[in-house]
Design a protein around this ligand. Structure first.
Ligand SMILES: C[S@@+](CC[C@H](N)C(=O)[O-])C[C@H]1O[C@@H](n2cnc3c(N)ncnc32)[C@H](O)[C@@H]1O
Length: 267
């Protein structure tokens, strides 16, 4: 559901995340919740920074694979280093009022990037939006980013169906980048975080096997699903690994090109 009314007394996922990243688009309630999270999981800020760094590496990998268009689902509040500073064409989508407004102000007049205020659980709306059609050419490969957002969808939101709706729209050679909150590596801080979050919605802590089972027919690229700081670290990068990883990341090729039919060699 998209929030059209702005309640600054209730913390928002986007603004808490912005605070953890050192951004300025957050308010007292967001900072208070972030501090409660940090009291339970002291590495949560480092983890947020590591996830952001992983986004940058994943985007470069997508560009290296020749994919130049990005659909960033649950993009958060645009900050320095956001995808539009790296890639040729970017469509951001977020249901948070502040994220959407900041994005729309920042990108007003841009011919290569835009922000849509929408709930990504409504893929038909997102894919048909005027900005989506203007910016993204679905006859060419697109990289879909679902970073730090899928855990917001419980089973009743039918996450596999939502993902399939997007991947079905993609041309061969497209990519799906995903990161997910998990209790697989550090169960205690992951569960402790849940105890300080507002009642609803509760994030779904999933392990890698469960998330992979939601993705349908995709080809996982190296190194598979690993803690965000371990996803293709590059020499010279700051070491953002923590003893308590809370998020894993993966990059997969969607709509893998089928192997040639035995009788299609042309001989
Ligand atoms: C933890 S932040 C991650 C931001 C960014 N993807 C990143 O990795 O840095 C999650 C974002 O997803 C957004 N979000 C959560 N549920 C959403 C939904 N159903 N539709 C659109 N955005 C959503 C939140 O508002 C928030 O901005």
């Amino acid at each position: 559901m998209i929030t059209r009314t702005l309640d600054l007394d209730r913390p928002s996922d986007a603004r808490v995340h912005d605070y953890l990243l050192g951004g300025g688009s957050n308010f007292a309630a967001d900072r208070a919740l972030a501090r409660r999270i940090l009291a339970k999981a002291p590495y949560a800020r480092l983890e947020a920074l590591a996830a952001r760094d992983c986004l940058r590496r994943m985007m470069r990998t997508c560009l290296d694979q020749g994919v130049r268009q990005f659909l960033d689902l649950g993009s958060g509040i645009p900050i320095a280093g956001s995808p539009h500073e790296i890639a040729a064409r970017v469509l951001y989508v977020d249901n948070d009022q502040i994220a959407a407004t900041q994005g729309q102000l920042l990108l007003a007049g841009s011919e290569t990037a835009a922000m849509v205020h929408a709930d990504i659980r409504d893929p038909e709306f997102v894919l048909a939006a005027e900005e989506t059609r203007r910016l993204l050419d679905f006859d060419q490969p697109v990289a879909v980013l679902m970073l730090g957002v899928l855990h917001q969808f419980g089973e009743h939101h039918q996450p596999a169906e939502v993902i399939r709706h997007y991947t079905d729209a993609l041309a061969p050679g497209s990519l799906l980048a995903l990161s997910h909150f998990t209790d697989e590596f550090a169960p205690k801080p992951a569960h402790d975080i849940l105890t300080v979050l507002p009642d609803c919605p509760r994030p779904a802590l999933r392990d890698r096997a469960t998330v992979l089972s939601l993705l349908g027919d995709v080809e996982l690229l190296e190194p598979g699903a690993v803690p965000v700081a371990d996803w293709r670290p590059e020499p010279g990068d700051a070491d953002l690994r923590t003893p308590e990883p809370l998020t894993f990341a993966l990059l997969a090729r969607t709509a893998p090109t089928p192997p040639p039919h035995p009788n299609s060699s042309g001989i």
